[in-house]
Design a protein around this ligand. Structure first.
Ligand SMILES: [Zn+2]
Length: 578
């Protein structure tokens, strides 16, 4: 299941479901061919085929049940439906925590004698899935209990301003609209109070996770987590260092401009700007100060119809997805959006809460991006590999299409606007896209580098490390004498550990694929006016080079095969820097 939090929240249960769901399968259902190959196969290869076959027979029906239970729960919101889901998630987890199976998979992997690439790839994926679940039951229980406890504190803690309790949404609204600096400061401080409540437990949780990682031979949980998700820590460091260098100057210039506007709005000097002047409590989104109202263009439009028509125009039919989906608001229903692949053989659904406005246009394009990736995988690919190459590669496709909601050529063509209307939008939309992407990139650099430090040594002075990172990457000054666990107020450290980098990798890949499409598929000099509408070759390229192979190749091999080189931040910089 691909949950679309839009970088906001995810629950522990969804997270567990996600890490174990991306697995299991049968060799490709052609017994004659299989027997022939087996005659010349090594003992290890025979064992691998047997293990994979038995494993898929066990896991596939469980995974389908779990996905259906998750769908039912998200649609009903009933506690008993969530209980059913938790029970199924636990069952799946139990499969992957079996120590004897792990020993066998490990020996098959380490023997080097499983030569068939598809089998070896399945064994690798199984190895990672088992490895991350080899935590003794007692330690696992401690970890789950403690993270549930912290999560509960997050959801029940109500900050108070002057004795009056405020919700997260109220805090956001004040930080968006309030012009009095003192009130902004007070509200920002209140938004960080939860950090004080949870930080000691969170540090304990980090230590427990590290303890589990050390038992399976890793220096800490951060390294384990990245390794089992097939990401090499040094390589990610290199990519993010490069991203830092590529975006630093341009971000600095845009932020100076932004600071000028904010200082005017709040009647303070630029030097007096503080963290509470940037609308989002963590400055992870661009403040909406340039006046862009795209909603009015959607008043008499149908977001669902626009989505279906657009995807059909690039040769990726989404009717079968729409027919199974749940698209509109209802009491009790999950208010967010996600896409789920129920059975890896065509039952793909999205959950949305559509209103005819700009936000839901972008969200529909995004979710259906996940949807087409899931729908157009080659059914011949073994079940265990019939998933996206990586969680961030499906995020990339969703982002590639979601970005169209800010693409003025796309808006003009799909909404039939005049040139004047388009010019009106263009004045601010590209600025927002750029500012939004750079603000987010710099924020991810804080999250990634801080979390790495957090797991490397949870006993160091985390409060000051956090602010050093914020000053270095976001150019936001630490308030004088501030020494508080502001970092702990970010719920992701608790419920989605070592995951945040995937959002950024998705953005980088979206830009890389866009660049490749423009220059090598459409053979254009620049992406001016490119919006994909009616260009079937775009859909063909993605289907053939990205979707169909599923996870047959390691994500970086898939990217190299599709776009001619491994993942790089340079095309993200081309698109959003300068
Ligand atoms: Zn998504």
């Amino acid at each position: 299941m691909v949950v679309h939090f839009y970088r906001k929240l995810r629950t522990q249960s969804e997270f567990l479901g996600l890490t174990t769901a991306g697995l299991a399968t049968l060799a490709c259902g052609k017994p004659e061919r299989l027997e022939q190959t087996l005659e010349t196969a090594s003992m290890e290869e025979k064992q691998a085929v047997e293990f994979i076959t038995a494993h898929v027979q066990a896991i596939k029906p469980l995974a389908i049940k779990k996905n259906l239970a998750s769908w039912v729960a998200a649609n009903s919101g009933k506690p008993e439906d969530y209980d059913k889901l938790s029970a199924l998630q636990l069952k799946i987890r139990q499969v992957y925590s079996n120590p004897e199976d792990f020993v066998l998979v490990k020996s098959l992997k380490e023997s080097g004698k499983v030569k068939d690439a598809i089998q070896a790839r399945q064994i690798d994926r199984l190895y990672n899935a088992y490895l991350e679940n080899q935590i003794e039951p007692e330690l696992l229980k401690k970890i789950v209990d403690l993270s549930t406890e912290i999560e509960k504190n997050f959801s029940t803690y109500r900050a108070a301003i002057g004795g009056e309790r405020v919700t997260d949404n109220e805090i956001r609204e004040i930080l968006r609209a309030e012009t009095n600096s003192a009130k902004r400061k007070q509200t920002w401080l209140v938004s960080k109070q939860v950090g004080q409540v949870v930080y000691a437990d969170l540090i304990r949780l980090v230590k427990l996770r590290n303890q589990a990682a050390r038992k399976v031979g890793f220096d800490n949980y951060h390294t384990l987590s990245l390794t089992t998700s097939e990401i090499n820590v040094e390589e990610l460091d290199r990519i993010f260092d490069q991203l830092d260098k590529l975006t630093s100057e341009s971000f600095s210039a845009l932020k100076s401009e932004l600071d000028g506007h904010l200082a005017d709005m709040y009647g303070v000097k630029v030097e007096e700007l503080a963290p509470w002047h940037y609308h989002d409590p963590f400055f992870q989104e661009a403040p909406l100060i340039y006046g862009l109202d795209l909603d009015s263009y959607y008043q008499n439009k149908d977001v669902k119809e626009l989505s279906v028509r657009f995807y059909a125009s690039i040769g990726l039919d989404v009717e079968s997805i729409i027919a199974r989906s749940d698209l509109y608001e209802r009491e009790g229903k999950n208010p967010h959006a996600f896409c789920t692949d129920i059975d890896r053989q065509g039952d793909v659904r999205i959950l949305c809460n559509i209103k005819n406005n700009h936000y839901w246009m972008g969200t529909m394009l995004h979710e259906l991006g996940h949807g087409v990736y899931d729908k157009f995988k080659d059914p011949q690919v073994p079940y265990l590999l019939r998933t996206p190459a990586h969680i961030f590669t499906t995020e990339a496709i969703a982002m590639l299409f979601g970005r169209l909601a800010y693409n003025t050529a796309w808006i003009q063509q799909m909404l039939e606007l005049s040139d004047e209307q388009r010019m009106e939008i263009e004045k601010v939309s590209s600025k927002y896209a750029k500012l939004g992407q750079l603000v987010f990139a710099r924020w991810v650099l804080v999250m990634y580098n801080f979390e790495k430090q957090l797991y490397a040594n949870p006993d160091q002075d985390l409060n000051s490390i956090w602010w050093k990172m914020v000053e270095r990457y976001q150019f936001v000054k630490k308030p004088k004498d501030r020494d508080a666990p502001d970092w702990a107020a970010k719920i992701h450290f608790t419920v989605a550990p070592c995951y945040y980098h995937n959002y950024m990798l998705g953005e980088l890949l979206a830009s890389q694929l866009h660049h490749h499409v423009v220059h090598n598929i459409l053979r254009l000099e620049s992406d001016r006016d490119v919006c994909y509408v009616d260009q079937r070759e775009v859909g063909d390229f993605l289907r053939e080079k990205v979707f169909e192979s599923g996870a047959v190749y390691h994500w970086n091999d898939m990217i190299e095969r599709a776009a001619g080189e491994p993942l790089t931040p340079k095309y993200f910089a081309d698109e959003f820097v300068n």
